[in-house]
Design a binder for this molecule. Structure first.
Ligand code: CMC
Length: 428
């Protein structure tokens, strides 16, 4: 309970509500008793001012462009850590000592295979199915295959399910890709790193050995770190909401994948690259800037703007640097990158974007890198889902072990007809 309180006056009545303080960030008014005491709800579509839970995982200061996981700045993690270490950190709260990290990597690598019958499941999809459609289906189907890790009241089973999800996601995503191009699925190779293994399952073929390129592996690992968690975003809130009813972890993560797919969320990386390709040449940028500013045109600059960051997205800074490294290493001279650089400069100096605090977000450059590595645009959001699974399972575990957790059940402001009598069809 906080030290202070706020007073709410409604007509002649006044009510006191405690103000809770976190370790950092804005205070929160605890209005849980509001409806019971004052018979009113709050109205907050999109939850722009509503804290839905307590969390120790991730902190964002959108005005300052700060993103911390368990207190550690994202820039430091991306520069010095590995995706597996960040996964351990998010799940367990502290950075691991070497022995614990080795054990964690070993555990994850022992869960990378999929039940063999799931390969048959893939064959039920059309060849041109979007990988996110396959991911939703296959991840949801995991609950039918791993019955020994669906009891959410057992912390041990919750942890096994979390490890399974983190471990199997690269296999699932790589198989979605292989299926789309008609190549055989590759089994995981556990002597490779988490990211190296994923690259091999995606780009390798059984007929030849596959050499993991360390520059690509490092870049990919960084992309995974940058997408690992992002506080109570739409897909994470979806996972929490689905989990609040007691649904099993695989079903909850499938719900998160469905939410992530949308172009306003994870689908933006695919949409951003498609947009850059459509622009095609720096000369056409003014036309698209004008469209983005036109109120009568629904077009938005994809990869720009963020609900929380009203300063530079700290993930975009790392992403831009990584893009240069990857393109240099691969010797790729993609005109799309020139369009991206130029568009960024023009938008950053345009009064419309300055006034509305619209900056490039994480998705602006990630598509350029992924495309240079060889991923088709349809795989971009699947890669986001792979990485975000770590955040989803960590947040889901935190929620299940929170004694204040309740089934999520928002209220509404009803604006439909009041009660009226049914009229038989011949009398209408
Ligand atoms: N291009 C042009 N105008 C924009 C853009 C944009 N990308 N984003 C926001 N605006 C304008 C918007 O029209 C509105 O103007 P006005 O106040 O005159 O009506 C104002 O800025 C505020 O926009 P909003 O939609 O109320 O802001 P929001 O916080 O609800 O939306 C957003 C955030 C990310 C959905 C939005 O900026 C957007 O659609 N961006 C493009 C999609 C994108 O890149 N999404 C990836 C987000 S980062 C990855 C992730 O976390 O999933």
């Amino acid at each position: 309970m906080g030290d202070t309180s706020v007073k709410l006056a409604i007509g002649d009545n006044s009510f006191d509500y405690p103000v809770l303080s976190g370790s950092v960030g804005p205070d929160v008014i605890d209005i849980r008793k509001l409806y019971g005491q004052a018979d009113v709800f709050t109205y907050d579509p999109g939850f722009t001012s509503t804290a839905s839970c307590r969390s120790k995982l991730t902190y964002i200061d959108g005005d300052a462009g700060v993103l911390l996981h368990r207190g550690y700045p994202i820039g430091q993690l991306a520069e010095n850590s590995s995706f597996m270490e960040v996964a351990y950190l998010l799940l367990n709260g502290e950075l691991p000592v070497q022995q614990d990290l080795d054990k964690f990597i070993y555990t994850i690598s022992r869960h990378t295979m999929l039940h063999e019958q799931l390969a048959t499941f893939y064959r039920g999809f059309r060849r041109d199915a979007h990988p996110m459609a396959i991911m939703c289906g296959v991840v949801g189907a995991l609950s039918a295959f791993y019955h020994d890790s669906t009891d959410i009241d057992d912390p041990q089973q919750r942890m096994i399910a979390s490890h399974r999800l983190i471990a199997k996601m690269p296999t699932i995503a790589a198989m979605a890709y292989k299926y789309s191009i008609g190549q055989p699925f590759l089994y995981p190779k556990n002597e490779l790193s988490y990211t190296g293994n994923f690259l091999r399952m995606t780009f390798g073929v059984p007929a030849e050995p596959y050499e993991v390129d360390p520059v690509i592996e490092a870049a990919m690992d960084k992309i995974f770190i940058l997408h690992a968690d992002h506080e109570q975003n739409a897909s994470t809130s979806t996972v929490r909401l689905a989990g609040s009813s007691g649904a099993n972890p695989f079903a909850c993560i499938a719900a998160g994948i469905a939410c992530l797919w949308g172009p306003a969320h994870g689908g933006a990386n695919e949409a951003a690259l498609n947009m850059l390709r459509e622009i095609g040449h720096p000369d056409r940028i003014p036309e698209y800037i004008a469209r983005a500013k036109n109120k009568d045109d629904p077009f938005r600059l994809m990869g720009f703007g963020h609900r929380v960051y009203k300063n530079y997205d700290p993930r975009a800074t790392v992403m831009q640097k990584t893009a240069t490294e990857v393109l240099d290493k691969l010797g790729v001279t993609d005109p799309v990158f020139d369009v991206a650089r130029e568009l960024e400069q023009i938008a950053l100096n345009d009064p419309y974007f300055i006034e509305k605090k619209l900056y490039p977000n994480v998705d602006f450059y990630s598509g350029v890198i992924l495309s240079a590595i060889g991923f088709p645009t349809t795989m971009f959001t699947a890669l986001f889902a792979l990485a975000r699974t770590v955040g989803w399972v960590a947040q889901w575990n935190e929620m299940i072990s929170d004694p204040e957790q309740k089934i999520g059940r928002p209220r509404q402001l009803y604006t439909g007809p009041t009660q009226r009598d049914y009229i038989p069809v011949d009398k209408r």
